[in-house]
Every structure is written in C-alpha cells, then in structure tokens.
Design a protein around this ligand. Structure first.
Ligand SMILES: NC(=O)c1ccc[n+]([C@@H]2O[C@H](COP(=O)([O-])OP(=O)(O)OC[C@H]3O[C@@H](n4cnc5c(N)ncnc54)[C@H](O)[C@@H]3O)[C@@H](O)[C@H]2O)c1
Length: 315
C-alpha cells in the first residue's frame, strides 16, 4: 500500500501526539517534524527517528511531504497553515484554525485555488458516541430534538496563553452542535468573563438558538478543579447522554434506560486516518474548512454578544 508522506509543524503537548499517530498508522509515513524551539524539535525527532526542522518553509521545500498537521500556538496556526497550502500541501490545522474569520477565509480560498484538502482538528466528531447521537437526531429515534447541553470545564491549562476559553475550548462544543444538529444557529447569546486569566476570558456560557424553537447551551471554563466533558441531548421521547472522557453513552426513555456499548477508540487516530484516507481517495473529509470557519464565526459572535450584552444574529 502506498504511504502518504506527512509532517507535523509544532510538536508541543498536542503535536507530539499527531507525530506518534502518524508513525502508528499504516497509511502514513512521518517524514519530518518542525518546531520553532530547537531543543523541542530535536527531542521529538530523536523519539520518532525523523528529521527535525525549526523553519517549516524550509522543511516543506526539502522533504517529500504531501500533507501537514499544523499544531502550533493558536495565534500562529493560520500563518503556518497558509504556508503549507501555498507550498501545495494538504493541511490539517488544529482548532481554532485561525484567530479570526478573516484569516480562516484566506485559508479556504487558498485550499480551493490549489485544489487541496483543508480540515480542522475538531476531534469530538470522531468519537463514536457523537456519531451515534447525530444519527439518533437525524432518524428521530429520540423524537423531536428539543435542546442539547454541553459542559467542558477544568482548571486552566497554563500553557494556553494566546486565546481565551471560547476559541480554545467552547469551540469544540460549538462544532459538535453544528455536527449533530446539522443546521446553523440563527442567533447566539453569551456571558463570558475572566476570574483568573489576566488577558482573556476564562469562563463562558453560550446559548445558541435554531429555527423551530430548538436551542443549545454550552458551559466552558478554566476554573473548575476537576475535569468534566459531557453532552446531553433532549428529544421529545428520550434523552441521550455522553461522557467524552469514558466515551460512555446512555439513552433514557420513559419505559427503559439503555447503555449501548462502543469500544473506546482514540479519536486522534480516527481523525488522522480520515485525513489520510480522504487525500488518497479524493473524498470530502468529515470536517471541512467551511466547518472551521462556521465555528469561528459563532465563537466571535459569542464574544461580541457578551461584550454588547445582547443576542447576535448569525448570518
Ligand atoms: N483538537 C484538540 O483536541 C486539541 C487538543 C490540544 C491542543 N490543541 C491545539 O493544538 C495547538 C497546540 O497546542 P499545545 O497544547 O500542543 O501547545 P504547546 O504550547 O504545548 O505546543 C505548541 C508548540 O508549537 C511550537 N511553535 C509555535 N509556533 C511555531 C511555528 N511558527 N513553527 C513551528 N513551531 C511552532 C512551540 O514551540 C510549541 O512547541 C493549539 O492550537 C491547540 O488549540 C487541540
């Protein structure tokens, strides 16, 4: 089987996992890695036995790379992703994709112009329970969709210092709502604030409203001493609950409660496999660049809503 030549730009906490998974997958060959921090680049390249670079443009010129994962700090994701697309590489850019929608639009335009795959690291879509909930909503096995509530709270991961909790953390749930509802919200109302973080918001409550009276609530913070990541979906006939950490799913109806079993799977492995497969088979990825842009647009609207203390309509 032909292996896809891949590289990772930014090999900190998360990029290191991309490098590991590319090494593990049968369909990919990790060719090189790049980190602006030379010591970090050397450590990771030694671990995986590939060449290290501190400059991504140089790496992309020299090595036989078809696709790159961009896992740098959030504020440099768009710049590095654009370099990859300009160099003719398929790109998986980590969330939040860019720091604003203007930068994200540039990425979409470049990918389209160069006929390249552009996907965003919205990992939650690959958790089997999320896909199961999406199917249950579409087939109405839980009745009519009423609302969904997502909770993603923990202590502040101090290494994140360049965006707030909305673009770093809540954006996962904003995207999950897009995925499971399969429609765009019409408005967003949010309250955000900062208790410990000096520069950015460290808590956010976001409400999305949809056509026909449906809504979604997202609670995110970096203040809770323990880690919780859950999703509850209310239908007119049943409730579905998911624990993202254990990947357990519960279905609760008036007459019976069920707990369908899905074996735990590493979401990053499924995500990178999908990225590689879509490139090789020329198929549309599960997460498109457009999905990334939409999530960012809603995140920006949430921040504006809190600032202006009013609901913001989504175009
Ligand atoms: N999808 C997910 O579930 C998930 C989980 C964790 C992190 N992330 C995302 O991954 C990204 C990285 O997060 P992290 O926690 O690994 O941060 P980190 O600080 O641990 O690592 C970032 C690394 O990027 C390097 N870097 C920065 N700018 C660079 C550049 N221009 N070129 C090359 N290297 C550069 C830094 O030296 C550092 O080693 C963030 O955008 C974050 O939002 C996504």
């Amino acid at each position: 089987m032909r292996k896809l030549g891949v590289a990772v730009v930014g090999t900190g906490f998360w990029g290191k996992n991309h490098a590991r998974v590319y090494k593990e997958l049968e369909s990919t060959e990790l060719v090189a890695i790049c980190d602006a921090n030379a010591k970090r680049a050397k450590t990771i390249s030694d671990q995986f036995g590939v060449k290290a670079y501190t400059n991504s443009a140089r790496m992309m010129k020299k090595e036989n790379i078809e696709a790159v994962s961009i896992c740098t700090w959030s504020t440099s994701l768009a710049k590095e992703a654009l370099k990859g697309l300009k160099a003719g590489k398929h790109v998986l850019v980590e969330k939040p994709m860019a720091t604003n929608t203007k930068q994200a639009q540039k990425l979409l335009a470049k990918a389209e112009e160069n006929k390249l795959h552009l996907t965003v690291g919205f990992l939650m879509r690959f958790i089997p329970g999320v896909q199961h909930i999406r199917e249950a909503i579409a087939s109405k096995t839980i009745g009519e969709l009423v609302c969904a509530t997502a909770k993603r709270v923990s202590q502040w991961p101090e290494r994140i210092g360049d965006v707030g909790v909305v673009k770093d953390t809540a954006i996962h749930d904003i995207d999950v709502m897009q995925f499971i509802y399969n429609e765009n919200p019409i408005a967003v109302y949010a309250k955000t604030g900062s208790m410990r973080h000096r520069k950015f918001e460290d808590y956010a409550q976001i409400m999305l409203t949809y056509e026909g009276g449906k809504s979604a609530f997202i609670e995110s913070n970096w203040l809770t001493p323990y880690k919780t990541r859950t999703l509850t979906v209310t239908g007119s006939d049943a409730i579905m609950r998911l624990d993202y950490i254990t990947q357990e799913v519960w279905i609760e109806a008036a007459k019976e409660n069920r707990q369908p079993k899905y074996p735990w799977q590493e979401p990053l492995k499924l995500e990178l496999q999908n990225f590689a497969d879509c490139i090789m088979k020329k198929e549309k990825p599960i997460v498109t660049g457009e999905d990334g842009l939409k999530a960012l647009r809603i995140a920006e609207a949430a921040l504006l809503s809190s600032e202006k203390n009013k609901a913001i309509k989504i175009r």
